[in-house]
Design a protein around this ligand. Structure first.
Ligand code: CP
Length: 311
């Protein structure tokens, strides 16, 4: 297998273990490139990438830009607040305008679930989902899997605890699909209001007691409280949330002594994660950011290979 065999990356749901493994293996090669003095390959020279972010981002937007540049593509960062979107131009007209330039990739983040899928149906470009509403954030899950592999060698059989606002987290959804496909035992730890009602049917362990849920965990993945997606009524107070669901050093001791701590960022220090844990030697949070470039290079490259094979 040398390509993903698909035009777009819209989600992890439906991806096979072989496809995910191909991304991780390809990313490993690109990580070696990123350690060189000249961190660039000519693989996609002449191709064009459009970064289209309708929601704020630090890590995803900049790492997609870096990844595309490291592959020698031309990159356009579309600024929504200074674009004609604010004059009322529709999403489809915006996409048609971008398409007129003959772009090869559209990377999209949007507050509404399903927007990347809609664009993919109306565009010849490869569409990469950089986070859609509460649905999926596939490249985050892939870079998380890559980071876990670097520390634990394999994901099969690992006990991975995902903690916090599962309901509103696209990171959690993509990670659940990805880590289970790779054979991990995924546990969710959250207050009942933050657990999606359908999750029971998926055979995933749910813990409403954090100490209990963390017992023996090999990986702890903390989630940000997604205040921008909550209508209110989910949390009594940040203090109370922190007391019951925040990862402190004492709670970290419940996990396996070799456990690693992850967070997709941005963090609410002192709420879902204590500062001393975020900065602990068991934290791999900045490694996740570093790995985002190699993993996004792999995805862009492999989608390009899929298109070449179609032609
Ligand atoms: N993890 C993540 O999506 O971070 P950004 O919102 O900064 O891109």
């Amino acid at each position: 297998m040398s390509s993903l065999g698909q035009k777009d990356l819209l989600g992890i749901r439906g991806m096979t273990r072989e496809q995910i493994s191909l991304v991780l293996e390809t990313a490993s090669g690109f990580k070696d490139v990123l350690k060189r003095d000249i961190k660039k390959v000519p693989a996609l020279r002449g191709r064009t990438v459009f970064n289209l972010f309708f929601e704020p981002s630090t890590r995803t937007r900049t790492s997609f830009e870096l990844a595309a540049k490291r592959l020698s593509t031309d990159v356009v960062n579309f600024s929504v607040p200074t674009s004609s979107v604010v004059k009322g131009e529709s999403l489809l007209d915006t996409i048609a305008t971008i398409e007129s330039y003959g772009v090869d990739y559209i990377i999209i983040r949007h507050a509404s679930s399903g927007v990347p899928h809609f664009i993919a149906q109306h565009s010849d470009a490869s569409v990469l989902n950089a986070g859609d509403g509460i649905n999926e954030h596939p490249t985050q899950a892939l870079l998380d899997a890559f980071t876990i592999m670097e520390h634990k060698t394999q994901i099969e059989g690992l006990k991975i605890a995902i903690v916090g606002d599962i309901l509103h987290s696209r990171v959690a959804k993509s990670n659940i699909y990805c880590l289970r496909e790779l054979g991990a035992e995924v546990r969710l730890i959250a207050p009942p209001t933050f657990v999606p009602s359908h999750i029971n049917e998926e055979g995933i362990d749910i813990h409403y007691d954090m100490d209990e849920g963390l017992k023996g965990a090999d990986v702890i993945m903390m989630l940000r409280i997604q205040r921008e997606r909550q209508g209110g009524g989910f949390l009594p107070s940040s203090d109370e949330y922190s007391r019951f669901w925040g990862l402190t050093r004492e709670r970290l001791n419940m996990a396996d002594p070799e456990a690693i701590v992850m967070h997709p960022g941005p963090m609410n220090r002192g709420i879902e994660i204590a500062s001393e844990v975020a900065d602990d030697e068991r934290s791999v949070i900045l490694e996740q950011v570093t790995n985002g470039v190699a993993v996004r290079m792999a995805v862009i490259y492999l989608l390009g290979r899929s298109k070449e094979k179609e032609q």
